[in-house]
Design a protein around this ligand. Structure first.
Ligand code: GLA
Length: 473
């Protein structure tokens, strides 16, 4: 077991610039342990080493987090200039107003070694003011700052990981003013002791940081990516992660392409439509405080402004170069991510995006599906494929229902989808149907609606059904 509390040393900047008292924190850690404040930490054989204080993060992420992340655009070259530009753009484009709040610095932000106190150091060339100054900049714009780390000894880009430093790093992040941590398995599975199951090892590693974050007393949204472990247990995070994290990746890295066509068994789930079939396994696991994460949106990523690693991934999956989603596919992607109540984390260049991309990302009627306060899961209708269409329904707060129909194929498809197989209940006065992309409103004649769709290749219809005459509440 790693005794993290024993390793914590108080960095100079905590003493001088922040109100967080490390001695108070250590007292809480010790008392918490004595009082058995283990809370809902999973019972794993490898132990987690830091007492849980779940009350700190209990109210976080009641709806899926929305924001922007640096990886798809800047890769490991990310700088404070990029983060400030994204923060400013979130404000001026109206994205902040539409709900995008978290600005996350992904991998590559730190120097290859810790300082003499064991504290992580942001690369001074790219982050001259450090992370605390960046947090102040982001907070001043009504936004929140996210940062990236790994439970392994190194991150995916070879920077120092948090293994054995969890409590120290959590205190560092809290003192800097970080509001969100993306914690990415990377090298961690390779540290697994003989005789420990892969799953228990993943659960323990991710739980250690959850506990460390909560022990700081600062509410920090916790986003985990066990899928980067390359371990099948990691790729089923939905079966164990809800008591550990606020969101967990359900796919491997996502890139700007519609469908994987080349053999990618070693790296599944790259393109937008790849997640439709596997979704049946995890769709029911999300809910307030704990969400499935389909990875950053590829909406608006262009061949001229994309991290080459991400473009390479799309090329491997499609056999083509210069991949990107067209606007139809981008609308479908946002529809699917919203229907599954995924985190909505944009990754495109917000400072140069086209008006069409901006319109897609800020469609409030669609975002309201993602952010629906009920947080109920979507269910697949009509088996794996209904007349060539993928169909999902989802109950919404107040009695409305969302229906998503996606044409995955390469030819146009029209269909009338009867309401009963969609599990829509009869309503004597019928239904009002709002098409969330065109804004068109129609009323059904019958008591159970029939949905008529006519979809271009890769197009989605996302509609909201409201029973006419329904009384509020
Ligand atoms: C993994 C993650 C990506 C990104 C990179 C950074 O591949 O899945 O989202 O964070 O690591 O190295």
């Amino acid at each position: 077991m790693i005794d993290d509390a024993a390793r914590v040393r108080r960095p100079a900047w905590v003493r001088t610039r922040f109100g967080l008292s490390l001695s108070a924190l250590l007292t809480v850690l010790v008392l918490g342990g004595l009082c058995g404040l283990g809370g809902d930490a999973p019972d794993v054989s490898v132990g987690v080493g830091i007492p849980a204080h779940r009350e700190v993060s209990a109210g976080l992420a009641r709806t899926p987090p929305m924001g922007w992340n640096s990886w798809n655009l800047r890769g490991a070259a990310v700088s404070a200039v990029d983060i400030r530009a994204a923060a400013d753009a979130l404000v001026v484009t109206g994205m902040r107003g539409a709900g995008y709040r978290y600005v996350t610095v992904d991998d590559g932000w730190m120097l290859p070694t810790r300082d003499e106190h064991g504290t992580l150091i942001a690369d001074p060339g790219r982050f001259p003011g450090g992370i605390a100054a960046l947090a102040r900049y982001v907070h001043a714009r009504g936004l929140r700052l996210g940062i990236y780390e790994s439970p392994g000894r190194t991150t995916c880009q070879g920077r120092p990981g948090s293994y054995g430093h969890e409590a120290h790093d959590a205190v560092t992040f809290a003192a800097w003013g970080v509001d969100y941590l993306k914690y990415d398995a990377c090298s961690y599975p390779g540290l697994r002791p003989a005789g420990t199951s892969a799953r228990a090892w993943l659960v323990a590693g991710f739980t250690r940081m959850r506990n460390a974050l909560d022990a700081t007393g600062r509410p920090i949204v916790y986003s985990i990516n066990p899928s980067s472990s390359g371990d099948p247990a990691g790729e089923r995070a939905w079966s164990w992660a809800s008591s550990v994290a606020n969101l967990w990746r359900v796919t491997n890295d996502h890139a700007p392409c519609w469908a994987t066509v080349l053999p990618m068994d070693y790296y599944p789930g790259v393109c937008t439509s790849d997640s439709f079939d596997p979704a049946s396994a995890w769709a029911s696991e999300g809910g307030p405080g704990h969400w499935n994460d389909l990875d950053m949106l590829a909406v608006g990523l262009t061949p001229s402004a994309v991290n080459p690693d991400v473009e390479n991934l799309a090329s491997l999956a499609t056999g083509r170069v210069s991949n990107q989603l067209d606007d139809t596919e981008a609308r479908t992607e946002l529809s699917v991510w919203s229907m599954f109540a995924s985190a909505l984390i944009a990754g495109n260049d917000l400072t140069t995006m086209s008006p069409a991309t901006r319109t897609i990302l800020t469609n409030r009627a669609v975002l309201a599906i993602d952010q629906d306060p009920l947080g109920a899961p979507a269910s697949r209708r009509g088996g794996d494929s209904w007349d060539g269409l993928s169909v999902w329904t989802r109950p919404l707060a107040g009695g409305d229902t969302a229906v998503l129909v996606v044409n995955r194929g390469d030819t146009r498809r029209a269909a009338d989808l009867p309401g009963s197989p969609l599990a829509l209940r009869a309503n004597p006065a019928g239904y009002e149907i709002a098409d969330l992309w065109t804004g068109r409103l129609t009323r059904t004649a019958g008591t159970v609606p029939t949905l008529s769709v006519d979809l271009a290749p890769h197009e989605a219809a996302l509609v909201r059904l409201t029973p006419v005459g329904r009384t509020a509440g």
